[in-house]
Design a protein around this ligand. Structure first.
Ligand SMILES: NC(=O)c1ccc[n+]([C@@H]2O[C@H](COP(=O)([O-])OP(=O)(O)OC[C@H]3O[C@@H](n4cnc5c(N)ncnc54)[C@H](OP(=O)(O)O)[C@@H]3O)[C@@H](O)[C@H]2O)c1
Length: 234
């Protein structure tokens, strides 16, 4: 069964997501603390991000050693008991994890048939789990299905960036949205936003939401939660 997906993000009032442009937020140590504390309050152990966001957590881009000749290409679960998961999309095999944890969360990568055996062997030696989720692109429903089955996942937090969120929204796979709005107006055209779906925009917005809760946090930050009640998939 597909896990229930909550998309959690911190954005400016115009929906931009690049926190390094925000300066100091009064009442908060750093924008990442605001993001992490609000996310942690859900008590959900698994988070999922796109390749660019996951690239902020991996190691240097080293050359890979050769895989053994008889290497078998299939899903690899290094730790099926893991309760806390750091899940990243990696369709082309560009990430370079040298260890299998991000702050204690077990790293799981969603890969495609495009990735080479050297890469997969490297992941195995680093103790990183991986799931094949498509030929060239990550098939998102397959990815969720496999994650649910492999790790008995019932819920997960989708945590950016804009392109990956956009793909998940466009595919109709987001159940709930958790939106932390900081008192900043960005205004930059082309700055990554909450949901970035490429191509010409279709006539209808991607989803209709129902407000679940609204809270004011320190420093004029607003935290809203919404249920997705209608999806306009493309
Ligand atoms: N403010 C916040 O709350 C927050 C939260 C998270 C991230 N961020 C920020 O967001 C920025 C990154 O956002 P981003 O939109 O540029 O990147 P992203 O969504 O993190 O990653 C996008 C990349 O993921 C890969 N990908 C693999 N499968 C995909 C699929 N099925 N659909 C779409 N993409 C797929 C694509 O790379 P390939 O085509 O190369 O495979 C794509 O370019 C970072 O600066 C990060 O710090 C902010």
């Amino acid at each position: 069964m597909k896990p229930y997906v909550i998309c959690h993000m911190c954005t400016t009032v115009d929906g931009k997501i690049l926190g390094d442009r925000w300066g100091k937020l009064p009442g908060h140590k750093h924008h990442s603390d605001l993001f992490e504390t609000t996310a942690a309050s859900f008590g959900i152990g698994a988070w999922l991000v796109g390749t660019t966001t996951m690239d902020e957590f991996d190691g240097p881009k080293t050359r890979l050693p050769r895989a053994p000749k008889n290497f078998v290409r299939r899903d690899y679960i290094a730790n099926k008991e893991a309760k806390r998961l750091a899940i990243g999309a990696d369709a082309k095999g560009v990430l370079r994890f040298q260890t299998n944890e991000v702050d204690g969360d077990h790293v799981v990568l969603l890969v495609t048939e495009r990735v080479g055996n050297d890469y997969l062997a490297h992941l195995q030696s680093a103790g990183v789990s991986y799931l094949f989720c498509g030929k060239k692109e990550i098939d998102l429903p397959t990815a969720l299905q496999k994650l649910g089955a492999a790790f008995k996942l019932r819920k997960l937090m989708l945590q950016g960036g804009g392109k990956f969120n956009g793909a998940m929204l466009g595919a109709g796979l987001i159940d709930e949205i958790s939106h932390v709005t900081v008192p900043v107006a960005d205004g930059g055209v082309g700055i990554s936003s909450f949901f970035d779906i490429p191509g010409d925009p279709p006539p209808k917005a991607a989803a209709t939401l129902r407000l679940l809760s609204l809270k004011q946090l320190a420093g004029g930050v607003i935290w809203t939660r919404y249920k997705v009640i209608a999806r306009h998939t493309r």
